[in-house]
Design a protein around this ligand. Structure first.
Ligand code: C2O
Ligand code: CU
Ligand code: CU
Length: 493
């Protein structure tokens, strides 16, 4: 008897199983991010077909998702409500796109939180299916984490409580329903959650109008403007139309100032290599889970699904009228150019970037090392240590408060964006080589290249209970590259 799950797996297996043993065979399948040539990382996503609409680059204005307002604030908590609902978005000029969005928006409204003040979000699910909401990068109790089987039934609502005891970081919330995360996020269920703290607020960094979220997501469009999402593919779906904050290949008007961009890769599969067409650098100030010890100047930044970087970009020396394109050097065709910044206003800049940000306090000595082997099986799908996801099985049991090294050993021919719930980690090394300065900060997601071994270190502090870790290529996650860990209380001697 074949379950739907088994059918989906075998559908995916047909595609991936053939290709995996031979990477050079993959390149003939018109479906690559990056190139399978020497020296260039190889990322593979499935391109089901081209969009049936055309859109001109750099015409749409970059939208900024609205900031969600609390319906009540008391001494220590801001109370919010979000309604997951079907809505219609205008993305392609002249057409409307049915979406599922938080408050009917894609991306959802931005939640702005401050360390030390708690946030409560009532999530109201008016969608025709059960959903789960996960706050990615947050240190929360298991009941508030959005475990993939801990659903909000269709028609019901639920309160998620976020303690916000961690340091300032760019987090994001998104759907996490077992086996349907890829489809649900693709339909629009994702939004930003910006956490600030006193130390970060005291730094001389661009703020307000000069502090801009950039939510990157690629999509395929049908001729009528609707999203096209192929179900049953386990490879990772690649879209040919690049959206930023929900607008296709947009342009943003900027002044002759410094800008802080909080860049989130919310694409299901696509890995970006970000650069500016005129060669200007990024000054990177943060990784996924918070500020770097010091700013890092980079000419190109790789960004895997779910990773975030915060960068400062300098337009102060640009004559009014300058335009600069943000590129994706792993993109092809139109998708190689993400968006354009148009410098249209001369304004004085008073911000002077600090040379020191936030020191990293390294975790204590690890008590355990666990290896997580990443592989593919033609029958079972994407696996961690040979196992598909099973909510009734616990795959690792770190003791509360202890530090562990996790070794992601990628035995497969494709890259995986490995994400661990509950904790922030530091990368120890990639194949024995310490991380570049731009990766040497707190993270919750790390790209593990084909054949590579990446070691990370984390302290399993905060809360006992069951959480997941998984690949954030959402089709890999849905087909089945997710395991479960349980933080356990120390047993008394
Ligand atoms: Cu953003 Cu478990 O994921
Ligand atoms: Cu997460
Ligand atoms: Cu993966």
């Amino acid at each position: 008897m074949l379950t739907r799950r088994a059918l989906l797996k075998s559908a995916g297996a047909g595609v991936v199983g053939l290709a995996l043993p031979n990477l050079s065979g993959l390149s003939t399948r018109a479906a690559a991010v990056g190139q399978a040539t020497a020296g260039v990382p190889f990322y593979y996503c499935f391109v089901p077909r081209a969009s049936q609409v055309a859109v001109t680059s750099f015409v749409a204005e970059l939208p900024i998702p609205p900031t969600l307002q609390p319906f009540r604030s008391d001494a220590n908590t801001d109370h919010y409500r979000l309604t997951m609902r079907a809505a219609s978005a205008t993305i392609i000029p002249g057409l409307s796109t049915p979406i599922y969005g938080y408050d009917g928006l894609f991306p959802g409204p931005t939640i702005r939180a401050t360390r030390g003040r708690q946030v409560s979000v009532q999530q109201v699910n008016t969608l025709p299916m059960d959903t789960v909401v996960h706050l990615h990068g947050a240190h929360t109790r298991p009941a508030d984490d959005g475990h993939p089987v801990d659903v909000i039934p269709s028609g019901a609502s639920r309160f998620y409580h976020y303690p916000n005891h961690q340091q300032a970081a760019t987090l994001w919330y998104h759907d996490h329903t077992l086996m349907h995360t890829g489809a649900n996020v693709y339909r629009g269920l994702a939004g930003m959650y910006v956490l600030s703290d006193e130390m970060e607020a005291a730094l001389d960094l661009p703020r307000d109008e000069q502090d801009i979220p950039l939510v990157l997501a690629d999509r395929i469009f049908n001729a009528d403007g609707s999203f096209y999402y192929p179900t049953g593919h386990s490879d990772g779906v690649l879209g040919d139309i690049q959206l930023v904050n929900g607008a296709p290949f947009p342009r943003a008007t900027v002044a002759t100032r410094l800008y802080r961009f909080r860049i989130l890769n919310a694409s299901n599969c696509r890995v970006y290599s970000l650069s500016f067409a005129d060669g200007r650098p990024f000054t990177q100030i943060a990784t996924d889970a918070g500020l770097l010890p010091a700013p890092v100047t980079r000419s190109a930044i790789d960004l895997a699904p779910a990773e975030r970087v915060e960068v400062v970009v300098d337009f102060t020396a640009d004559p009014v009228g300058t335009t600069v394109v943000l590129r994706n050097d792993y993109g092809t065709g139109q998708a190689a150019q993400i968006m354009r910044f148009d410098v249209l206003r001369a304004e004085p800049e008073t911000v002077t970037l600090p040379s020191v940000l936030r020191p990293i306090v390294p975790p204590g000595d690890p008590v355990t090392t666990r290896t997580m082997a990443l592989s593919f099986d033609p029958v079972q799908g994407w696996l961690i240590n040979g196992k598909p996801f099973d909510a009734s099985r616990v795959d690792a049991s770190p003791v509360l408060g202890t530090t562990e090294v996790w070794v992601f050993a990628n035995l497969s021919g494709l890259a995986h964006a490995m994400h661990v719930h509950l904790v922030s980690f530091l990368i120890l090394d990639r194949d024995g080589v310490p991380p570049e300065p731009g990766e040497a900060g707190w993270k919750d997601t790390v790209l593990v290249h084909a054949g590579e071994t990446v070691r990370v270190i984390a302290t399993f502090a905060h809360y006992p209970g069951r959480f997941v870790f998984h690949c954030h290529n959402l089709e890999h996650e849905d087909h089945d590259m997710m395991n479960q860990f349980e933080v356990v209380l120390p047993t008394s001697p």
